[in-house]
Design a protein around this ligand. Sequence first.
Ligand SMILES: Nc1ncnc2c1ncn2[C@@H]1O[C@H](COP(=O)(O)OP(=O)(O)OP(=O)(O)O)[C@@H](O)[C@H]1O
Ligand SMILES: [Mg+2]
Length: 219
Amino acid sequence: MKILCINFKGGVGKSTTAVHITGVMSGIGNTLLVDGDRQVNSYSFFLRGDLPQTDKVVEISNSLSVITLNSLSPTSRHALSQRISKIGKLKFEHLVFDTTPDAFSAAQIISEIEPDIILVPVKYGDEGGLIQLRHVFNSIQALIATGLNPVVKIVPIGIDEGSIIPFLPAVTFSFSFTDLIPADPLVFGMAMFRDFEYIWTYAGYEYLYDVYYNMIFGK
Ligand SMILES: Nc1ncnc2c1ncn2[C@@H]1O[C@H](COP(=O)(O)OP(=O)(O)OP(=O)(O)O)[C@@H](O)[C@H]1O
Ligand SMILES: [Mg+2]
C-alpha cells in the first residue's frame, strides 16, 4: 500500500502523522518511510535524531526502513521523478511518504507516487493549513482525473470538522475525516522531537494506536 501524508502548509502534522502511520504499517508488513522533506523530521525520528545518510535505505528493524529524498533540489522535477520511480520498484509491501510543504514539489509528489491513501492533516490554530486545503484538494482532483482512485482522509488535529468544511473546495471525489487527534503540543513535541517514541506509549494516549490504525484500515 502507498500512503501519502500531505498538506501544502508547514507545521500542520504531516511528519507526526507519517511517523505514526509508519509505526502501524511496520507492524503489519515490510514498510519503507520516504521522507520527502529537507527537514527530515520523520526520518530522524527513526534514527533518534541522527542526520541522514543520503540516498541510502536505512534499515531500522526487520520490517521498517527509512530513506530521504532530500538530496534533490526541489526544483529538479526530472530527478525527483526518477527517484520516486526507483523507490516504487523497491521490495516493500508498504510505502509511507512524508512530504515537504513546498507546494511545487508536493503537487508533483501527489501525481507521481500514485497513492492508495492520502492523509491530509489539519492542525488547530493554523489558518494557513486550512487555506491550503483548497490547493491540496485541487491537486487530488487532478490526480483523480488521470484515472486513479485514492482514498482521501482529512486528519483533524485538535480541530472539529465543522471548522474545516468551509475551507474545502467543491470536488467530485469522496473523502472522509479520521477520528480526532487531540491537541497536546507538549506531549506530541516530546514524543516526536525529544524521546523519539510513538505517542501511544504515553499514559493516557494508548488509544491513539487504534486511531492511527483506523486511518488505514477503518472505514
Ligand atoms: N496533536 C498535536 N497537538 C499539538 N501539537 C502538535 C500535535 N501534533 C503535532 N504537533 C506539533 O505541531 C508541530 C508540527 O508538527 P509536524 O512536524 O508533524 O508537522 P509538519 O506538517 O510535518 O511540519 P513541517 O512542514 O515543518 O515538516 C510540531 O511542533 C508538533 O510537535
Ligand atoms: Mg514535517
